[in-house]
Ligand binder design. Structure first.
Ligand code: OAD
Length: 242
């Protein structure tokens, strides 16, 4: 855990005031939610083009919804882990997540940009109107009151991010003293490109090397639930010894 100790020392030295936390599926792995890539990853067992594209939905909305209902049920039964809880304690922090599981909100984070949408909202394909969809649907595929299909309010391959989300995230990354990158393989753009805007201290937490490891000052090879709490504690302590 040399990297963890060195990162904590750097936090004490630099005393960051503002933080952006960029998260991916790995931050929720310790809550029992499967990641996309790697052993046991969703894209090992399912083809993205069958389930996570507008074309797949047009071809077979029932199949796509069945897969999303399964993922929604996994997340409903899961709890935020020690990493989500620690992140929520950071003062002056913006969470930028690629995850659609809502666990940052459930852990108490209030400023969260969900770059890829949410499993717990649906959107009318005709009117584009968004609705909260916390409970399981009784009939699949679900329909809007207007009669058109509802779709999950998530970003599929080939689709644009929610309006303004990337721009706000990029500005915050550029202005942040500390960038924490937790549990992302860093291969999906534009999210992965956010890192290039950062000029301050950067720390990654990921048990494996990622595409972003080499651009971080410190890469801590550990699980999120293990390494995030001491890093957050260091930020809190550095703030109080000012
Ligand atoms: P990936 O599945 O690509 O990467 C997960 C990362 O988490 C890997 O680098 C793992 O090493 C790491 N990891 C695994 N367990 C961990 C743990 N306990 N603690 C910390 N890290 C751990 O997931 P993302 O990078 O989030 O997009 O994938 C990005 C996007 O690709 C997703 O948002 C999704 C997917 O296709 C869409 O659906 C649009």
């Amino acid at each position: 855990m040399e990297a963890l100790k060195a990162a904590i020392a750097a936090i004490h030295k630099q005393r960051p005031r503002t933080t952006v936390v960029l998260t991916g599926a790995g931050v929720s792995a310790d809550s029992g939610i499967p990641t996309f890539r790697g052993d046991g990853g969703l894209w090992r067992n399912y083809r993205a083009e069958d389930l996570a594209t507008p074309e797949a939905f047009a071809r077979n909305p029932l199949l796509v919804w069945e897969w999303y209902e399964w993922r929604r049920s996994l997340v409903r039964e899961a709890q935020p882990n020690a990493a989500h809880v620690a992140i929520a304690k950071l003062p002056n922090a913006l969470v930028v997540t690629q995850n659609v599981d809502g666990l940052h909100h459930r852990a108490g984070s209030t400023d969260v940009i969900e770059l890829h949408g949410s499993l717990f909202r649906a959107r009318c394909v005709r009117e584009n109107k968004r609705t909260d969809a916390l409970d399981p649907f009784t009939d699949l595929p679900p329909h809007c009151a207007c009669g058109a299909l509802l779709r999950p309010d998530v970003v599929w391959f080939g689709e644009l991010l929610p309006e303004g989300a990337f721009e706000r995230a990029a500005r915050a990354v550029r202005d942040a003293d500390l960038l924490l990158i937790i549990g992302t393989s860093g291969v999906v753009f534009p999210a992965a490109g956010l890192v290039s805007f950062h000029k301050g201290l950067s720390i990654e937490i990921n048990p494996q090397l990622s595409a972003l490891s080499s651009s971080c000052a410190y890469a801590i090879a550990a699980n999120a639930a293990e390494a995030t709490p001491p890093i957050v504690q260091a930020v809190l302590d550095a703030g109080t010894d000012r």
